[in-house]
Design a protein around this ligand. Structure first.
Ligand code: DX5
Ligand code: ZN
Length: 219
């Protein structure tokens, strides 16, 4: 069943020179999850932040830290992010050959486990994993950068995942990430998403605009 809509601002679009205050600002503005995009310049063509910054941000908000790992290999770094204060750890199915093992590792550390699918990855990639997962993340851009255009075909993927999650009878977040704005957000929700990641759309206009941006994304 589709859960209440939650908004997960991606701090990739925040002022990196002022990250603590930015996290406090989106927390006050009504963010549900704090979405932390971790990139390695190998799995994706960009380098962002790591577990050290994640740990430094932890005291700035009690909201859910939703850590999106776009790194390969990923297993050697899971424990660092768990200790840094991640609540949900999401890995890419394309980034690790033994994704079932990776999920068990995340859960063994007491964290919620998510799997992310790149735009070209079929829904069947989660067929034998849904029974283990707390979150499925559909990438609606090719991961690597904020501010890219929404890939329309991913709405069908969200709809198909909605059916499979509902059939599973489990409570699993269905999150969408990339190109979410005031136009695409309602369409992603209609397709069945219940967690919306939004970088550009949250942070446009500066701190005075965050609350209105988040409210409008929620629909
Ligand atoms: C892309 C990241 C996204 C991205 C979203 O690789 O995973 O979280 O920052 O940015 P917007 O909302 O600007 O498309
Ligand atoms: Zn992300």
């Amino acid at each position: 069943m589709q859960q209440p809509i939650r908004i997960a601002p991606s701090i990739l679009s925040a002022d990196f020179a002022n990250l603590g205050e930015e996290v406090r600002a989106i927390d006050r503005a009504g963010a549900d999850y704090i979405h932390i995009d971790v990139m390695d310049g190998h799995f994706v063509p960009n380098i962002t932040i790591g577990s050290g910054v994640t740990k430094a941000l932890r005291p700035h908000s009690e909201k859910v830290f939703d850590v999106h790992l776009m790194i390969a290999p990923v297993d050697p770094f899971i424990e660092d992010f768990a200790k840094a204060g991640a609540d949900i750890i999401t890995v890419h199915v394309e980034a690790t050959p033994h994704v079932h093992r990776t999920i068990q590792l995340i859960k063994s550390l007491g964290k919620k486990a998510g799997i992310s699918l790149n735009p070209s990855t079929p829904v069947s990639a989660v067929d034998y994993l849904l029974g283990e997962l707390d979150l499925v993340l559909v990438m609606s851009v090719n991961p690597g950068f904020g501010g890219q255009s929404f890939i329309e075909s991913q709405l069908d993927k969200v709809a198909e995942l909605r059916r499979r999650i509902d059939d599973s009878g489990r409570t699993i977040d269905l999150e969408i990430d990339g190109g979410i704005n005031f136009d695409t957000a309602p369409r992603a929700i209609a397709a069945g998403a219940d967690v919306l990641v939004a970088g550009t759309a949250t942070f446009t206009g500066g701190p005075d605009a965050y609350e209105a941006n988040i409210r409008r994304l929620r629909g």
